[in-house]
Design a protein around this ligand. Structure first.
Ligand SMILES: *[C@@H]1O[C@H](CO)[C@@H](O)[C@H](O)[C@H]1NC(C)=O
Ligand SMILES: *[C@@H]1O[C@H](CO)[C@@H](O)[C@H](O)[C@H]1NC(C)=O
Ligand SMILES: *[C@@H]1O[C@H](CO)[C@@H](O)[C@H](O)[C@H]1NC(C)=O
Ligand SMILES: *[C@@H]1O[C@H](CO)[C@@H](O)[C@H](O)[C@H]1NC(C)=O
Ligand SMILES: *[C@@H]1O[C@H](CO)[C@@H](O)[C@H](O)[C@H]1NC(C)=O
Ligand SMILES: *[C@@H]1O[C@H](CO)[C@@H](O)[C@H](O)[C@H]1NC(C)=O
Ligand SMILES: *[C@@H]1O[C@H](CO)[C@@H](O)[C@H](O)[C@H]1NC(C)=O
Ligand SMILES: *[C@@H]1O[C@H](CO)[C@@H](O)[C@H](O)[C@H]1NC(C)=O
Length: 834
């Protein structure tokens, strides 16, 4: 018997379990005895007893229920094997899973202390997760009290997260096996060293071995090959999802195709790999792995060293630095690193020039970054320049500003990925280099000029002689310089793929709009004028010619536009492309033949076209578009200027939100919760935004509420004038609500009896949205649930903000600079000498 069993172990593991009985759950009265197993309902996963290759120890684990796959993705008793084949997996009456060996000793227990009862049940889910559900009745639908995904071993499966429990050892989210034949805790673990600026680190014991660089909400900015690896596949569903119950953060691995059995694993060699099963070759394929390059090893070139995988030697000192020990460095021992050649001037008043920054392109940013969110690249630069402890900064469009004050370590050339790193250097270090370059350039240019001038003089002299008269000056029609910049030179592609962004030449737009003729002017908004245009191929477009005050570099502009153009939703106006030409910035949108909602709402003739069904369709569409911006899109966008004139209607009167992301394009920042530049429209702005510059999703909800009330009443908030009390539309609605007469505010043209309840419901939701305090207002998903009657009972609204009529007569978009003195302002003004 025993030799036969050994044969099974070595050669057809885990097939040897195929003949087992078919129980599908474990209960206090039903246990799992070696070699029995449980298969998930979708037959993808199997829970049972196994022995690793070259070992006779028995373990309880979970693996893919596939005849060719041996890799085990979860192990219960990894550090305490069963040495016989009489193991049992039990669920105790208190709801703990326990593994016993043949001598009835506990080798593993789930050890939780939550209450449970004899009706608890353990099952294997379709995602490969072992779940224990507690229930005190026999109906078996109790709450989950223990789940194996919270206790990972060395693998992360789809729908599982890197769960970061601040109370636990953050270094050990996953711990590799010791060897192929031994699942016990190995040398390598993966985790993080900071929850604030989250990055993954592989530790070799206690020493960092590899670092991913900070997570920017989308990718780890220090990894190679984002486009095939972590960038696309390790998708965080809506930034860090904060676990309400345990106070834990998790980065969820989502979006993988189940049939590929894709997962991440930390191998016993210290690499993190993403692999998927290739059934045709019956083997795992690796789609991404790290470390994967000589320069990926943590701190390869020491402090202030730069690792460049395509150079020889791979290590060099950063510009302005020299090896601490030249002998060792030459021998290829780079551990000591480099030191600064010329001390920084910062703080010293010696008459010399200010320090400057050297731009290092496409780098893996160093360890120990500090983040300052909500800054433009210029603010980031000056924040760094004015603080003497700041020795470098970098700018990532999603994190925004990163600065460093400690010695720079783990710097590498990551092209074509990475971000630009700006290194602070003494002016002499910067100008030295510049001078050499400048001298070379100047001499080359002046040489060339001389040759050209000589040639021209000689040529003219010959013509004069041959014709005997002065040649006419060449007359060329004045043309603006129209070289459209090469889309590939802007920004770096790891952050945003500008490749997909359509860059349209100025001439084309000039032609399409008849040189921006007045007759094509569709309107003027807060950000510039909008023209109708028709491209050569007949496609109609809307061209938004931005006002000059954008204050943003071409690069950032293009980056933002590329990001915004990625936001695509049925209820958002499509951004088709952009055009940059000198100072000129233009955005090209799809053309909406029915113009904007305000043209319909507030025009007595057109208003008649809007029956209640259409109105409701518009309301719902706007809500869905806004929900996408707030929650579902890759970037969280707060619109900040939602109003009837920003809702465009397509030919079927479907609504599309326009002008979203403008704050980004205008160099402001979306992530900032407070701004000095209030961009919005009086009448639609929430009190906290208009008065304190604080904005959030709830300020958009306020604007939406105003819009709802406008749509249902057919009255314009800004033009509304109630004789008594100088009430605003909101104030008037509130007054009628309190008098239980809100129905009299509903536009008679839509208030027909069949829809009365619905129109009143919309008013009610509108009033909930415009409540004075942001915290009282519902969020967008709740608003939608209320409108579509998923939520039937609506709470009573509290008093809205702005019930008095605003005195400001401005009805256009508004940009107020330095409008308030926000205390959250992050600009660094104090100088701290070193
Ligand atoms: C194992 O131990 C438990 C109590 O610890 C006991 O109830 C049970 O009978 C024992 N089983 C065997 C087979 O010895
Ligand atoms: C459960 O508790 C026991 C006793 O404290 C301990 O030896 C064991 O390692 C714990 N098991 C787990 C999985 O934490
Ligand atoms: C598997 O299917 C059974 C029978 O339909 C059901 O009782 C059980 O809850 C399912 N298990 C899981 C984890 O969904
Ligand atoms: C089941 O548990 C809940 C809470 O744990 C308790 O309120 C309820 O009374 C219990 N029911 C029974 C039948 O024990
Ligand atoms: C189980 O589900 C049924 C139907 O959904 C429900 O009526 C019952 O109250 C639930 N029982 C428990 C203990 O949650
Ligand atoms: C998953 O992959 C399989 C095989 O490659 C494919 O047939 C299937 O359509 C994919 N499913 C999804 C949801 O993409
Ligand atoms: C490299 O230099 C360090 C001291 O800076 C020394 O401790 C280490 O042993 C050296 N390594 C080698 C391989 O020589
Ligand atoms: C300068 O930077 C250091 C390190 O980031 C920080 O601790 C300090 O507060 C900054 N100083 C000022 C004046 O902001």
């Amino acid at each position: 018997m025993i030799p036969v069993y050994a044969f099974f172990l070595l050669y057809i593991f885990p097939l040897g379990l195929e003949f087992c009985s078919a129980i599908n759950s474990i209960t206090p009265t039903q246990f799992l005895k070696d070699p029995e197993a449980i298969v998930s309902n979708n037959t993808l996963f199997r829970l049972g007893f196994f022995s690793p290759s070259d070992s006779s120890n028995r373990y309880v684990g979970i693996w893919y229920n596939h005849p060719s796959i041996k890799e085990v993705i979860w192990v219960a008793n990894r550090n305490n094997p069963i040495t016989d084949s009489n193991g049992v997996l039990k669920l105790s009456v208190d709801g703990n899973l326990q593994v016993f060996n043949g001598r009835n000793q506990t080798v593993w227990s789930s050890n939780h202390t939550l209450h449970a009862s004899k009706f608890s049940v353990a099952q294997l889910s379709d995602y490969g997760e072992l779940l224990v559900q507690a229930s005190n009745t026999s109906s078996k639908n109790g709450s989950t009290i223990w789940q194996s995904f919270r206790h990972p071993v060395d693998s992360v499966l789809p729908n599982m997260g890197f769960v970061l429990d601040p109370n636990s050892d953050l270094k050990r989210v996953l711990q590799a096996w010791r060897s192929f034949s031994d699942p016990s805790d190995g040398r390598f673990s993966i985790g993080t060293n900071s929850l604030d600026l989250f990055q993954l680190i592989i530790w070799d014991g206690d020493r960092p071995h590899w670092r991913s660089g900070p997570w920017n909400g989308n990718i780890f900015i220090g990894t190679r090959y984002h486009n095939t690896g972590f960038g696309n596949i390790l998708v965080n569903t809506g930034s860090f999802t904060q676990d309400e119950i345990g106070g834990m953060s998790s980065l969820v691995f989502a979006g993988a195709n189940e049939t590929l059995m894709s997962h991440y694993v930390l191998t016993n060699k210290g690499t993190i790999e993403q692999r998927w099963w290739d059934d045709s070759s019956k083997s795992w394929r690796i789609s991404w792995k790290a470390p994967d390059n000589v320069c990926d090893t943590y701190g390869k070139c020491g402090e202030f060293g730069n690792c460049r995988p395509r150079s020889s030697p791979i290590c060099s000192c950063l510009k302005g630095f020299e090896p601490k020990n030249k002998e060792e460095w030459k021998r290829g021992n780079w551990t000591r690193g480099c030191e600064r050649r010329v001390q920084l001037k910062c703080g010293k008043q010696d008459g010399s020039k200010q320090d400057g920054f050297l731009r290092l392109k496409m780098m893996k940013v160093p360890e120990n970054a500090e983040k300052m969110t909500g800054m433009s690249i210029d603010q980031c630069r000056s924040a760094c320049l004015t603080n003497c402890s700041c020795i470098a900064y970098a700018y990532d469009i999603l994190i925004t500003c990163l600065t460093w004050s400690q010695n720079l370590i783990d710097v590498a050339d990551l092209s074509p990925g990475g971000v630009d790193l700006y290194l602070r250097l003494a002016q002499s270090e910067l100008s030295n280099k510049l001078n050499v370059k400048a001298i070379v350039a100047v001499s080359v240019i002046s040489g060339l000029t001389l040759v050209v001038v000589a040639a021209v003089i000689w040529f003219m002299w010959r013509r004069c002689r041959s014709r005997g008269n002065v040649p006419p000056l060449p007359v060329t029609k004045f043309h603006k310089k129209k070289e459209t910049p090469d889309p590939f030179v802007f920004g770096d592609k790891s952050q945003v793929t500008i490749d997909d962004l359509e860059i349209i030449k100025f001439e084309k737009l000039d032609e399409a709009t008849d040189s921006f003729h007045q007759k094509n002017l569709l309107g003027t908004g807060g950000f510039g004028q909008v023209y109708k245009g028709k491209l050569e191929d007949g496609q109609e477009i809307a061209v938004k010619r931005l006002s000059r005050a954008s204050g943003q570099g071409t690069e950032e502009f293009m980056n933002e536009v590329a990001l915004i153009s990625k936001l695509q939703h049925r209820n958002l106006v499509r951004l088709l492309g952009c055009c940059v030409d000198g100072e000129e910035r233009m955005l090209i949108y799809e053309y909406m033949p029915n113009k904007s909602l305000d043209a319909f709402l507030f025009d007595p003739e057109k208003r008649k076209c809007l029956d209640w069904q259409t109105c409701f369709n518009i309301i719902e569409g706007v809500c869905r578009g806004l929900l996408y911006l707030h929650r579902d899109s890759r970037l969280k966008i707060i619109h900040r200027d939602l109003k009837a004139s920003n809702i465009l209607l397509d030919k079927n009167l479907n609504p599309k939100i326009s002008d979203f992301g403008m704050a980004r394009i205008f160099g402001g920042n979306q992530d900032q919760a407070s701004t000095q530049r209030v961009v919005g429209t009086y009448g639609y702005m929430s009190p906290e935004y208009a008065m304190e510059g604080h904005f959030s999703e709830k300020s958009d909800v306020f604007s939406l509420g105003v819009l709802l009330i406008e749509i249902v009443s057919g009255k314009k908030n800004n033009n509304f004038w109630c004789r008594e009390d100088s009430l605003s539309l909101l104030g008037y609605a509130w007054k009628l609500w309190s008098e239980d007469d809100i129905i009299s505010l509903v536009d008679p043209s839509i208030s027909g009896a069949p829809f009365q309840a619905e129109t009143v419901r919309c008013m009610h939701v509108g009033l909930l949205c415009v409540q004075q305090l942001a915290k009282d207002r519902p969020n967008m998903s709740t608003v939608i649930s209320m409108l579509v009657r998923d939520i039937m009972d609506l709470p009573n609204p509290k008093q809205p903000g702005f019930i008095q009529r605003q005195t400001a007569s401005d009805t256009g978009s508004y940009q107020m600079s330095e409008q308030t003195s926000s205390t959250n302002d992050v600009t660094v003004t104090a100088l701290s000498p070193r």
